[in-house]
Structure formats: C-alpha cells, structure tokens
Design a protein around this ligand. Structure first.
Ligand code: F6P
Length: 545
C-alpha cells in the first residue's frame, strides 16, 4: 500500500493545487503583473547572500500557500530532520545520507550508529589541508625530486563532475602555477589528450572513486600508472610519490598499489553526486587552497542551516523545489534549463544534471509502488549569453514549456569595459522577454508586414526564476550547490521517492561487462543477444580483426 499522501490522487493538498491550476491556467504573466504590480518586489526571497526572484512564475501568492501546504502534507520538515539526524533515509541501500556533515563545523556533533562523524570529517579535512599545503608549497616531491606542477584527477560521475565544475567555477581563486586536468571517459582519447603535454616527473594523479571498482576509473588509473612508470624508468616505487587515492574502499586502494597513507577517505553516507565537498574535492583544495575550500564549506553549511530552520515560504531550496514541482506536475513542463550568466559556471549545468537526474529519475515510490505523477525533469543548460544564440529560440517560440533558472552576479570578477553591464542586461532581457513576450498588436504597431506578423509574435508566459548573488566566491558556490542539493531533496519528498540510490545505472554496466569479452574473444564466441546487438558485435569483431 502506498500511504504517502502526495502520490495519492486523494491528497487534499495535491487536489487543491490541481483545482487551483484549473483556475489560473489561462492567466498570463502579463495579467499577474498587472494585478499585482509589486510581485517583483514581493515574490522574492533574500537570504544568506542569495536572492531568488520567483515572481516570473505562473503563480499567485495563493499558489505559494498551497505548495507550502503540499510540503507540510508530505512532512517535509520531518523528512529534513530525518536527513540531518542521520536516519537511514536511503532505504534501498540502508544508508544514512549525511552530506550535510561534510560541512558541519568542528564544534558540531552528528552521531551515526553511536559514532560522532564530525571529528572524522575534520580529521580528513586536516589531512587534506596538510597534503595540499605541501604540494602547493613545493614540498611534496616527485620520484625524481621535482616538485609537482600538474594534477590529474581521474574519476567519473560524482568523482569527476563536482571536481571539474568547482575547478572551473573557482579558477579565479586558483594557483595558476599548477596545471589541472580531469580524466573521466573510458575513451582513451580523454586520457591521452589530458596527459600528452605533461611531464610524469611533475605530475600527481588523484584516483577518485568512492567504490574503487568503477570500470572507467580503474581503466584510466591503470593507464596512468603505465604512463607514469614508462616515463620514469619503470620503478614501481615511483607510484607512491605520484599517486594518491580518494575512496571509501581502503582494501581496493591498497590492492591497486597506492599506500593507504596516501588515501583520503570518506564514508558510505556520502552519495557520489553529493561528494564534491568531501575528500573528492581534493583537486579543488589543491587549486584554491585550504582556506578558500573551508570558505566554500562555510557556504554549504549556511545553506544547510537556512534549509533546516527557515519557514518554507521563505526557504530558498524548499521554494526552488516546490516551484519545479508546480511547473512539472501542474503546468506539465518536462524539462528545466539552467542558465548561468557567468563563464566560470560553464560546467554547472552538467554538474546539476547528475545531481538532479541521478537523484530524482525514479519511477517507484519509497515503498516500491509505481508513481502516479511525473518525477525528475530533464535538467540541461549552457552559460548565457552563448545559449541565446543557440537554443533559446525554442524556449521563446517553440511549443514546449521550458522553465528556466537564470543565475547571475551583480559584480564581475573581470570588470573590463562594459562587458558586465551588457551581460547583466542580457539576463534581464531574457527573463522579461520570456515572461511578457510581444503581442500581435505590438508586432503590427511596429509596421511588420502582415505575412510576418505570426512569426514575430512572442507568446510570453514562460516561467523563470532569477537567482542573484553579489559575486562568484567559494562561499557563494557552496551556497549555490547546497541550494540545488536541498531543492532536489524537497522534490523527492513531494514525489515520495528515494533521491539517494541509482539502480538505473546498473543494467548497462552489467551488460558492458558481458559484452567486452564477446568483442575481444579470439575465437567466435556464441552470441545470445537480440539480432541488432549480435550484428553490431559482429561488425566490431570484423573491424577489429
Ligand atoms: O554512475 C553511477 C555512479 O555510481 C555514480 O553515482 C557515481 O558518482 C559514479 O558512478 C562514480 O562512482 P565511484 O566514485 O564509485 O567511482
């Protein structure tokens, strides 16, 4: 039996929202702004250095109240407490979900199975700090005595996307004398291109893998070891000076040949896509230094506290999550565009894809019943203004509803000429155009030839959020990431799904393991796939031979 109210058609809060939607589904944002001239000042949350303007959503104040009722009927407050308390809310893996402990201050205490995890977290942070200081000061020497100048992070999914995104986002604060490369794809091109101009004697490889069994990462790590040893004369002693590991699996790390003294641990209560602020962030700390890394953790923690303690109608992540539920489940949007107007955030949409879609791409409720409503929308995006000259056409005039999150900063990290004024003008212009569009009358009044009028009309009424901060700093990046982490949890609670497992990635992994020997077998092994897969395998075998 599915007892969760939100996934039950009879949940009164859900029903009230459905009825409410019937009332306002023909109302245009133009009318909403005309009726409520102050909504641009009032449907805004300003907290902990971030602003969320959600006034350009197809919502009344009453909608907000109904969404808050929905959150309450789904026990969002209790579910937040359960996460912060360390309850095993990842039920299918019987695990606590405690990324919030990764940024808890030293003085905090979070007890899991009778053990306070906060001192463990800080012990790892201290070890990372000592290591990063040695590398950054040139005290950590390679096998030949050279200082380390290149860092190669090998990992995939959460062990790559967070590190790459944070490196790019915080490049302004990074030590430019160090070169950072990120290898994730099992395609050999990724490794070769990342290392081709690097000197192995000056290179440190971080093998980042929670499980230390992931096919892509282990394949790349083995190639890295070969590359390094062949560049340094083949003495396996060199591995200790050039390889460190970030993992929860000490046994596999030492089997690989990395001394566990050079391993930075984390715990099974940290999900891969929630791990960029754990030791998985070692490359981030190497780039920006321990102080700035701690500043980033401070940002995460401030958002955690805000999420835990603030009433939902003034709660940034709760509202962001509830607005997306409104747009997806009631307005019928299938997707959500993430549009950062900051070049440093160019990998932020890719990072959010894993965070949001691996978390909420689920078809059954916590108790295994098929959901009765759609769940995780498709997240995607590119930095503005580039996207404007690519896919925005479809957002403005296509037939699909694509809610947008615009992310912008009041201050540029590179205030040259009038670039920032123009950048900021563009973000405002886009959300204004999406909301209000241009009517037939306006197009005609511009003297447009009759036959072009329908082509030049903008319907408008496209919802968007605008998220603002003063400028991109480590603290703000932590807040932004935690904002989306908790928005994802808010969605998951409403949809009554498990945000923290990812069984959907398993089948493909298992099939790939089975197909590798079929592609490489010296004798023609019998194939028992479907006719398409069998024929494609034969083509590959023919080409290979
Ligand atoms: O894609 C599945 C997944 O398990 C992700 O959740 C995870 O971030 C990634 O693989 C990498 O896993 P690991 O860190 O164990 O190598």
């Amino acid at each position: 039996m599915n007892s969760h109210p939100s996934s039950h058609p009879q949940n009164p809060a859900w029903t009230a929202l459905t009825e409410h939607h019937h009332k306002l589904c023909h109302v245009h944002l133009r009318e909403l702004f005309a009726e409520e001239p102050l909504r641009g000042e009032e449907m805004v949350i300003d907290a902990i250095g971030l602003t969320l303007d959600y006034s350009k959503n197809r919502m009344y104040r009453e909608t907000v109240a109904l969404l808050v009722q929905l959150a309450e009927s789904c026990h969002l407050r209790a579910r937040i407490e359960a996460m912060f308390r360390g309850d095993r809310i990842n039920t299918t893996e019987n695990r606590s979900v405690l990324h919030i402990a990764l940024r808890a201050p030293r003085t905090a205490s979070i007890v899991v199975d009778g053990v306070d995890v906060v001192p463990q977290v800080h012990a790892v942070l201290d070890k990372m700090t000592a290591f990063c200081n040695r590398v950054r000061r040139g005290e950590w020497k390679g096998y030949t005595g050279n200082r380390i100048r290149n860092i190669v992070n090998i990992g995939i999914g959460g062990s790559d996307l967070g590190p790459v995104m944070a490196y790019e986002a915080l490049k302004h604060y990074s030590d430019r004398s160090l070169v950072f490369r990120f290898v994730s794809n099992i395609d050999g091109t990724d490794f070769v291109e990342a290392t081709r101009d690097l000197d192995p004697s000056e290179t440190l490889v971080i093998v980042s893998s929670k499980t230390f069994t992931t096919q892509e990462t282990m394949t790349n790590a083995l190639s890295a070891r070969e590359w390094l040893l062949s560049g340094l004369g083949g003495d396996s002693e060199a591995v200790a000076k050039h390889f460190v590991a970030v993992s929860t699996n000490a046994e596999k790390v030492s089997q690989f040949g990395i001394d566990t003294a050079n391993m930075f641990g984390f715990w099974d209560w940290v999900g891969g896509r929630y791990s960029m602020d754990s030791a998985i962030g070692l490359s981030t700390m190497l780039a920006i230094g321990p102080e700035a890394f701690l500043e980033m953790l401070g940002g995460f923690h401030a958002m955690d506290e805000h999420f835990r303690t603030t009433p939902f109608d003034r709660n940034l992540p709760a509202m962001l999550g509830l607005i997306s539920v409104w747009n997806c489940n009631f307005l019928g949007a299938h997707t959500l565009a993430i549009l950062p107007y900051d070049q440093y955030l160019k990998r932020f949409p890719a990072y959010l894809q894993q965070l949001t879609m691996e978390s909420n791409g689920k078809q059954v409720t916590l108790d295994g019943q098929r959901v009765s409503h759609s769940t995780g929308p498709i997240y995607w995006g590119e930095p503005g203004t580039n996207g404007q000259h690519s896919f925005y056409q479809l957002i403005h005039q296509g037939t699909r509803l694509i809610p947008c999150d615009f992310i912008a900063f009041l201050e540029s990290l590179h205030p040259i000429g009038d670039h920032h004024d123009k950048l900021f003008a563009n973000v405002l212009a886009q959300s204004e155009a999406l909301a209000f569009g241009k009517t037939t009358e306006q197009v005609i009044a511009e003297g447009t030839p009759q036959e072009l009028v329908p082509h030049r009309v903008f319907e408008g009424n496209r919802p968007s959020n605008t998220i603002l901060a003063q400028k991109l700093t480590p603290d703000i990046l932590g807040k932004l990431v935690a904002l989306y982490e908790h928005a994802v949890y808010t969605q998951g609670v409403i949809w009554n799904i498990n945000c923290f497992d990812q069984w959907g990635v398993e089948l493909g992994k298992a099939l790939a393991q089975r197909i590798v020997p079929e592609l490489t077998a010296s004798s023609e092994a019998p194939l028992q796939h479907d006719s398409s897969t069998n024929a494609l395998i034969r083509r590959y075998r023919d080409a290979r031979s």
